[in-house]
Design a binder for this molecule. Sequence first.
Ligand code: ADP
Ligand code: MG
Length: 544
Amino acid sequence: MQPQIVLLKEGTDTSQGKPQLISNINACQSIVDAVRTTLGPRGMDKLIVNSQGKATISNDGATIMKLLDIVHPAAKTLVDIAKSQDAEVGDGTTSVVLLAGEFLKQVKPFIEEGVHPRIVIKAIRKALQLCMEKINEMAVRIEKQSKEEQRTLLEKCAATAMSSKLIHQQKDFFSKIVVDAVLSLDELLPLNMIGIKKVAGGSLEESQLVSGVAFKKTFSYAGFEMAPKSYEKCKIALLNIELELKAERDNAEIRVDNVKEYQKVVDAEWQILYNKLAKIHESGANVVLSKLPIGDVATQYFADRNMFCAGRVPDEDLKRTMKACGGAVMTTANDIKPSVLGFCERFEERQVGGDRFNLFQGCPNAKTSTLILRGGAEQFLEETERSLHDAIMIVRRTIKHDSVVAGGGAIEMELSKVLRDYSRTIAGKEQLLIAAIAKGLEVIPRQLCDNAGFDATNILNKLRQKHAQGGQWFGVDITKEDISDNFEQCVWEPSIIKINALTAAAEAACMILSVDETIKSPKAGEPPMAGGGMGMGRGMGRPM
Ligand code: ADP
Ligand code: MG
């Protein structure tokens, strides 16, 4: 008889062994099922309502996964890879989840039959390596020489990224805008230099790109109407100063015994404000922007001197203006000199839909642009913003890596073929495993067909045949319910998306396969599980 050894706190939930692994794989499968139908140009969208009742409509894998609030520890891995794909390349978030899930699904029978997870992991790694080699070999590099050609290429990639989104009907319109926006940036292509503003109302085609900074007119006081609303070659003072008469009686206690003394206090306050205003005026600025409120006295003062002012400018807009127009954000009025002022060629206030916008164009320093989106419902605008974000990321990636592959399942079918060919040359368990992964890759074209309502088996057979005959760019043709050369059809995606998606999916699959035990501490404050004790779950492989 062995004495019972108490190792973990009472109430700790542990489960281990093969059943645990299978249960993790099953959990991932249910997540995949949740996003499966969103893939591709004919994918459906999800409407997710959170606990506060806020509804989001999205087609973006990463967004959906984030909102799903998944608690299963192993399945969370999939959420993480979707997020990392979103951060790293910005598109392909659904594909990455689908691939990881499908790899797991294909190797599950092997695990069930008792193949050691390490052998499976090794096979996945090997398959990944072969895929990377093949992608790099196949990717078509686009020469940078001609600006025209580069533009066309970028527009095609942007259009492919958008073709699966809510705004796919306007993809030609938006792909031009997106490419313009990205090309206006400097070499490092900083994403935060593209501002996106949403104005509800109007149609999508009324969206516009402002080369420069634009933001919504802020709250303004009386006197604002008199200020001029446009300047050429204007100097901009960027402030973090409150230009308002402070009601000091709220903050301080002052004892006065006659009216004269009280008047002095009031005068002093005015004097302080006027001194600040005078300094700003003397610096030669035409436009005054402040993060803090600019009150009515100040507004009137500036208007009298033909200056424009806006208070309560959002921090990010002020920063963008600073980066674009130069200058510095000042926190006191004492040091305002011409050298800390920003500069831009044109400033104007313009009506866009129901809102007035402040536009700064012709900024010398950083290159920046702002997209003003128009459209109906708020959810629609938000999804448009997310879709444009994908497209912008894709264009940036393509500029940096300038090599593309054909989408629509073409590259996946080709990789699948390569793996299958390789598997025939080796012996042992690895052969079956590599073939299983080859099958896993077919999930992308199959899902594209399923989502479009096509006969997937039929189309996949045609694709396998074409690829065996050397048609390496053949993929699903969404418009003809058939297959076609997707390179000629201009369904292009940067090869980096595929590289990243496959790597992340393989890594996630390996990670889930290498976990054989989950130990869950009891939640703080919760009573230990009834009848708990060590003997229960241990070694019984109880799924979580
Ligand atoms: P993800 O979040 O993975 O980017 P999407 O819903 O954007 O998911 O779908 C991307 C998939 O759709 C890619 O495999 C891409 O090749 C494919 N695709 C995009 N446009 C087309 C098209 N016009 N014809 C066929 N497939 C397309
Ligand atoms: Mg996409």
